[in-house]
Every structure is written in C-alpha cells, then in structure tokens.
Design a protein around this ligand. Sequence first.
Ligand SMILES: Cc1cc2nc3c(=O)[nH]c(=O)nc-3n(C[C@H](O)[C@H](O)[C@H](O)COP(=O)(O)O)c2cc1C
Length: 426
Amino acid sequence: MKKQILLIVSGGIAAYKSLELVRILRRHNIAVRAVMTKSATEFITPLSLGVMTEDQVYGDMFDLKDEREIGHIQLSRQADLIVICPATANLMAKMNAGIADDLATTILLATNKPVLAVPAMNVRMWNHAATQRNINQLRKDGIMVMTPDSGAMACGEFGPGRLIEPPEITREICAQIGVTFDTSLCHGQSPTTQSNGQDISENNQSPAGENILAGKHILITAGPTHEAIDPVRYIANRSSGKQGFAIADTAAKMGAKVSLIAGPVSLATPAGVTRIDVQSAMDMQSAVDDALPADCAIMVAAVADWRAAHNAEQKIKKDGDALAPLQLIANPDILAALAKHEKRPKLLVGFAAETENILDHARAKLSRKGCDWIIANDVSTSNGQGVMGGDHNDVHIITANGEENIKHATKESVAQTIMERIANVL
Ligand SMILES: Cc1cc2nc3c(=O)[nH]c(=O)nc-3n(C[C@H](O)[C@H](O)[C@H](O)COP(=O)(O)O)c2cc1C
C-alpha cells in the first residue's frame, strides 16, 4: 500500500524547502498531506504547498468543514509518519510543554504515530539552552529530532541550524517507513503534472540561483604557475585548475561578470567567462591587479611559493655529473597583497591546499593572509593526485564565525556550494 506522510510546516525561513521535500517524496511514490502553522503561511502560501501535494492544505483547527470531513485526530491516524519540516524552536518548545493551541500542536499531542522533526533556525536560537533542553527532552520522549547542518545561514551568520537538504531528509523518511531511497529521484524536473499535462511544480522557473549575481564582478585565479629556470625547464605543481574553472563556470551561470586568471592548464573556458592566461606567479599578480576592482576574489590557483633567482636566457648545460645549483627566491604573496590592496574586494576568499593538520594550518592562514574565508582542502591522498587533477574534492570553508565541511563531492558540486555561500554574502 502507498505510504503516507503528514507534513507539518512551521514558520521558519526554510519553509520554502518543504516544497522541494514534497516533490522528492512524491517522486518516491509517497503521498503527502500537509498542515501549516499560521506563521508558516507568512513564508510560503498554502496554495503553493497544495499544488505540490495535490491536496488540500490544513491549517485551521476550527474549520468545521474540515472537522466533519477529516478531523485533527484522523489527520495523523492516516499517516505512517509525521514529519515536521522545518521545525521551529517555538514549535519544539510547545511540543515539549504539551501545548496544543493550534492544529499542528494538537495533532502532535494527539498522535500515536512516530514523529520526525527537522529543525532549522538561527545558530543562536539553536545553541540556546532552552532549545537544547527542549530537544533533549523530546528525544527522551521518543520524538526523532534530526541534527541540523552547519554553515552559512540566510541571516548572514554561520554555524549549526541550517535545514538538512531535502534529499537527506527523504533518505531518513524512507528508512523510517520502509521505502527504498533513490538518489536519482532527487534531481531534475518534477514528474508532477496537471490534467493538461503541464508540469505544476516548477513551471517555467529558471534554474536555482540563475542571475542571483547579476551586476557583480568575481575575480578567480586557477591552476598552477610555471616558474621558468631556463627556456625549456620550469618549476610547477600538480594543480589541474579544475576546481577554479568549476567555480568560474558556476559564478557565470549565476549571472556574475567573471574574470578567470588561469595558469598553464588545458581546460576549456566556461561559457560567459573572460579568461586571462598567465604562466608565472609574477604574471598572475599583475593580471590580478589589472582585473580589479571586483566584488569578490576567489584565489584558487596553486601559486608557486618560489621561483628561480635567475631565469637563464639559454638552456643550462649539463656540466659533467655535477648538479647545477638552483637558487630560489620567494614569489609575491598574491592573496596577502590583495588583502591590503586599496581596491580590496569586499569578500576575499583564499584556498589552502594542505597535506597535514589541515584545519590548523588553514585557520593560521586565514589570520596571516588577512582574507575573509579560507577554503582548505586535503591534498595528501596519493601524493596529491586524488584531489589535484581528480574530479572530487573534500573542503572546509573556514570563516571568522565558523566552519563548514563539504565532504567528498564533485568539484562542480563543491563549486555550487561555495558560490551559494558567496552569493548569500554578496
Ligand atoms: C524572517 C523570519 C524568519 C524566521 N526564521 C525562523 C527559523 O528559521 N527558525 C525558527 O525557529 N524561527 C524562525 N522565526 C521565528 C518564528 O517565525 C516564530 O518563532 C514563530 O512564532 C513560529 O511559529 P510556529 O512555530 O507556530 O510556526 C523567524 C521569524 C522571522 C520574522
């Protein structure tokens, strides 16, 4: 028999994500009936939720027509699981106290069904002793309370309190009600159709984030640098440029004007991106200066720390078996210089490729370089070949206010998350 969820949407900024949750649940052939708190209707309309569930949305406990046709007790009895998404601090406090002063809280007090709460709130609300006390007690009472994600929040703060993404919520719901979770059902267009055959869920909407960065100039460096020793030899590193190019591509898709300063790599230029090719760290520094001003700079390039003190005009000849001494001097620190530049971008993001003590080194780099965020990645795997040159990355976004880990994801997906966080700030 088809499984059914009773979805309670309460009044948080993440309420809009309940629409996507419904879409993914229905793709898993799970029926969804929805109840909204009064506050939730300030964030999304019952109409949009009703379009997604293809059902009436319930909200008013004293609507006689509803009570005759389907009462508050019956609403939960027909469900296999009650899901509260998003669950506000307020709603969880009321649940803990046994308050039943609206349809949602009355259902929650009257139900005999399992309840899964998916909280989302500002980091301070989440960390507040009252919220933590309520959650501990709810868990003791048998309510399943998911732990929110950490990261940049709509309010501009950073930390735990972000709604878990709808595919992950769906995974948990499926586990609870014995439905097979299928990742491929979590992406792409909705299968939901109207009687006229039109898609009703995301009709005519542009892809998420499109044009969100219109009017912003984003400066990105990518790839390695080559530091010449003589006309045929150079010092290099393993950077492939893939992560920086993926970020440039995503930024352009979000509508930004993108200047991509690329070290020597053989990657295609993403559509809509202005590419400036350079060889050495010195070239990269002057290209960065020329590209300013910018609203945000993302310094992904693995710039060589040193270069040969003398770049020989002619190929250095082998002198018997004796090694030719190679004297190195420091290259300019492009990131630190940009932090002190009179045209410093509003948001300055550095990358730190580390092979040990990743977070400690990255935190130190954040304060030493004077940038706003450091994105640290572990390049230790197989001499760096796992990340450097590969298609996946595992990064930590480190800011003055907190840290967020993006675990083993494609470089495109890492780019998407980073650009969403940046768009929030810009
Ligand atoms: C713009 C705005 C965003 C809010 N976002 C959240 C939120 O994400 N989480 C939360 O717990 N409360 C949030 N609140 C506060 C709740 O809306 C408020 O506590 C309300 O009483 C919740 O009612 P409900 O629990 O009955 O839905 C927000 C309030 C406003 C004005």
